[in-house]
Write a protein that binds this ligand. Structure first.
Ligand code: SF4
Length: 714
């Protein structure tokens, strides 16, 4: 038996795993006791990884050969890699020739490795001269990126997992960490057990399992977080709990924020947020006066039309109370996907460039063009996720290359997304799994390797880079994502003079180029190499002069802004894009289940992971069921302005009045037969809204207005 150290491919905790294998069969997995993200622990998803990679499962769900559809709706036929990539290159070349480079777009994934991400980004922006490359991480953390940059000056979580052990107050807001980041949450539970005097505040419209640990639970009305944070600052100012010395020495812009929050009285905030006035005072006191306060937050803040404002308003509280730059203190955004952070590092989003450079900055564009050896990087901003599919639906984008993600299930407002996939002249889907809904729209299917088969790196929520390693070879003709992109790129650059921009033969060669791009930047990793990372995953920055990564940032009170000061953000409160109203009187919330991951392409292959929640349902408050004369298990139509689903209803006291909850994971394959409109089913995203935050462009997946009516049985 062989043992290979690698990293879990599911969530942003980034747990180290040891893969056990015999020949080309993965036989077991255990937590890596030496990995600082988990010290040997795994959650139910991580500890069953090997079962999702068994050959009998693989044979059923994996794409094993390149396949091409001669026409939409036809069965795909097996083709050779050469034929597939020649066809893709010729089609892209033709579309770019006829319509310009912005007629193509790449939609990639936070589950790709950093090396994959780097190649795709260079391919789009450097070779094809389009910034139309975005990622499903746009749906997961772009508001956190924008919030950090707006206030602290750089996209860098200033905290680390160790801070959980040092915090005297942990403010968990917009995060069901017990389900979404289980190993980290276990650490919070243990810290609380060791130090019962430490305070846990949980703020969430749903009384989740995470809330069960809370000393103070704030059942906030959906979407009102900015008002809450401003109200807490109002109380802190009134009570003298802020830190004027820190504000004067290390920040700017406080007067404008102070004037803004003057209106946010406890009475107004209590009414707007649906919270008790005395709970606001308790939360403000614990946050401000505890020796060290740590905030943990995730999609509840990010997936919102006010996503950036929510992030910035929370960071305001840390700056106003000097709860930053010390052990146990600071804002800590949790990333949903295993490599959402790595994608940010290489600039794999429509508005970013390598090593945290900004596409909007002419100097940054010039630096990267020179680094890549291309004449220029285009100035025109690329289309972000929602914009890209809207542009394809409008006929503006004619070729879509989709890698390692399933937008036909995971994007909001599925009607538009599916119209985009139907209208595009060419849809290339690079995927490990043949079972995703997006595969049905592909003209070309390219089989990719996946966890246990790939080599590279990922970065977790605490800026820690870990190695991902192959224990077995990929099945069939599946190839690594970076290698597919490189092979395609070389075909496109066939007529170009000079050496290839893509000379890589190994993922390490790509990583070394990425490493060089970080020299002198805030995330400088020039002191790292693959060998060292295999021994010990490290946090960035890690410049050449360093002997270890930096656990915490801004301990000296100096921030990466032009004047070295953090910036308070005087952001106004706006309600969700689609408030409840008389025709759509329920607020629909979405979220994760404990044992499932994204669209279930991996976790859905394992029966035991359905033991916790065996089937889809819409959860509602028992009083709402009674008011609508519904009984548990009744089928109901859940209808928004965009579509309708039929689901069994379930009573849950976790859910607030006039709210409803549907888990994000269930796709059409689990809902077959439950359609209410004749439209193809796409799980909850048939009814979510694509309205997005104007700054981060992250869509409001967490809130839509719906009506719920009993379905008549035939
Ligand atoms: Fe994997 Fe996340 Fe579970 Fe760790 S907590 S084992 S990274 S899913």
């Amino acid at each position: 038996m062989k043992e290979t150290r690698s990293t879990c491919p599911y969530c942003g905790v980034g747990c180290g795993v040891i893969i056990q294998s015999e020949g080309d069969r993965i036989t077991g997995v255990r937590g890596d006791p030496a990995h600082p993200a988990n010290f040997g622990r795994l959650c139910t998803k991580g500890s069953t990884l090997h079962l999702t990679a068994a050959p009998e499962v693989t044979r059923q769900v994996r794409l094993l050969h390149p396949m091409r559809r001669e026409r939409r709706g036809a069965a795909p036929q097996r083709v050779s890699w050469d034929a597939a990539l020649d066809f893709a290159a010729e089609s892209f070349h033709q579309i770019v020739f006829e319509h310009g480079p912005d007629a193509v777009g790449f939609y990639i994934s936070g589950q790709l490795l950093t090396e994959d991400y780097y190649v795709f980004n260079k391919l789009a922006k450097g070779l094809l001269a389009t910034n139309n490359i975005d990622t499903n991480s746009r749906l997961c953390m772009s508001s956190a990126v924008a919030g950090y940059k707006m206030t602290l000056g750089a996209d860098a979580p200033p905290t680390c997992y160790d801070d959980v052990d040092h915090a005297d107050c942990i403010f968990i807001v917009g995060s069901n960490a017990a389900y979404a980041h289980p190993v980290l949450f276990r650490r919070v539970e243990e810290a609380k057990a060791r130090r019962p005097q430490a305070k846990i505040i949980v703020c969430d419209p749903r009384r989740t399992d995470t809330a069960e640990l809370a000393d103070l639970y704030l059942p906030i009305l959906p979407g009102t977080d900015v008002m809450l944070f401003h109200g807490l600052l109002h109380i802190m100012l009134w009570e003298g709990w802020t830190r004027p010395d820190y504000i004067a020495a290390h920040t700017s812009g406080f007067d404008a924020l102070k004037a803004l929050v003057r209106e946010c009285t406890p009475e107004l905030v209590a009414q707007t947020c649906g919270l008790a006035r005395e709970d606001l005072f308790t939360a403000a006191r614990w946050f401000a006066t505890s020796p060290a306060t740590l905030s943990l937050y995730c999609q509840g803040l990010n997936q919102s039309t006010s996503g950036t404002a929510k992030n910035a308003a929370l960071i305001n509280l840390h700056l106003a109370t000097a709860q930053i730059g010390r052990p146990g203190a600071g804002p800590f955004s949790l990333t949903g996907q295993p490599n959402a952070m790595g994608g940010r590092e290489v600039g794999g989003l429509a508005n970013l460039l390598s090593a945290h450079r900004d596409l909007a900055d002419p100097a940054h564009r010039a630096e990267i063009a020179a680094f890549w050896g291309v004449p220029s990087v285009p100035e025109l901003p690329g289309k972000t996720a929602v914009e890209m599919f809207q542009a394809a639906a409008d006929g503006e984008i004619k070729a879509l290359w989709i890698a390692c993600t399933n937008p036909a299930q995971s994007m909001p407002d599925q009607k538009t997304v599916r119209r985009a996939l139907e209208r595009a002249e060419l849809v290339v889907v690079q995927e490990a799994f043949a079972t995703t809904a997006t595969c049905d729209y592909a003209d070309l299917l390219l089989p990719a390797s996946t966890w246990g088969e790939k080599e590279g790196t990922v970065t977790n929520s605490e800026r820690r880079i870990s190695r991902v390693r192959a224990a077995v070879t990929a099945p069939g003709e599946a190839r690594h994502d970076w290698a597919i992109a490189v092979d395609f790129a070389r075909r496109l650059e066939g007529r170009r003079n000079g050496p290839s921009l893509f000379p890589y033969e190994t993922p390490e060669a790509i990583w070394l180029e990425h490493r060089e791009s970080t020299r002198g930047r805030d995330l400088d990793i020039t002191g790292l190499d693959y060998t060292g990372l295999e021994q010990a995953p490290q946090q960035w920055p890690f410049p050449q002069s360093a002997s270890t990564g930096r656990a915490r940032l801004y301990e000296d009170g100096v921030f990466p802004t032009p004047d070295g000061r953090a910036r308070f953000a005087a952001v106004g409160y706006r309600p969700p894009a689609e408030p409840r109203e008389s025709r759509y009187p329920f607020a629909l919330l979405t979220g994760r289940l404990r044992d499932q991951w994204h669209g279930m392409s991996r976790t859905g292959t394992l029966g035991r992971l359905f033991g916790h929640v065996p089937e889809p349902a819409v959860q509602m408050h028992p009083q709402d069921l009674e008011r609508l004369r519904l009984a548990e298990g009744d089928l109901v139509h859940v209808t928004s302005k965009r579509g309708s689903l039929v689901l069994p209803v379930q009573a849950s006291s976790e859910i607030g009045l006039s709210q409803a909850f549907i888990a994000m994971h269930w796709g059409a394959e689990f809902l077959t037969g439950l359609s209410s409109t004749g439209e193809p089913l796409a799980g909850v995203n048939a009814i979510t809204t694509s309205a997005y935050c104007p700054t981060s462009k992250q869509p409001e997946l967490k809130h839509a207005a719906v009506k719920i009516l009993k379905a008549e049985l035939p």
